[in-house]
Design a protein around this ligand. Sequence first.
Ligand SMILES: [Fe+2]
Ligand SMILES: [Fe+2]
Length: 193
Amino acid sequence: MTTINNEFDLATLQKQVHYQLSDSRYQHCLRTSERAVQLAKLNHYDLQKAQIAGLVHDYAKERSDADFIAMIKQEKLDPELLNYGNAIWHGVVGAFFIKYELKITDEDILNSVRRHTTGDVRMTTLDKIVFMADYTEPKRDFTGVEQAREITNQDLDAGVAYQLQHTLEFLLQKHSQIYPLTIASYNQWVAQK
Ligand SMILES: [Fe+2]
Ligand SMILES: [Fe+2]
């Protein structure tokens, strides 16, 4: 399935996603999907691809660590990934579950899922849409979320920079381990050169 052409197929995909997730996380996926469509409209991007990518972005979030570790080995992904956890894996590794189980082969969609947890140095419009839809869907309620929504509506790139800056600040405050690509993304999108 590279694209979905009718309501029935979308309903089937929704059921498959719902089956893998708690109801509250599934609802987050639906809201992210709707927000992705909104951002696609604002940025003249394919609405259906944005809708699908938003829907599936957290598909693998509730998989076991053992499932992710097995997939990292099966796909011969960077062994450095083993030093991280679900927060990174559900995007970077989760894309493979989406490809094999949901039969979504569109690399633009799969890449937007891969990049939604880390950002990347280079991001496509769809990457940015999913990254920002996840961060600004209507039930997000962190301090500054209204500002994040407004900035994102005005300028998708500025939204990406906003999220990267605030996520990095948050991780530093918590003394969390930071995935190298997140730092590289910060350097690309936020840091003055
Ligand atoms: Fe996620
Ligand atoms: Fe999410």
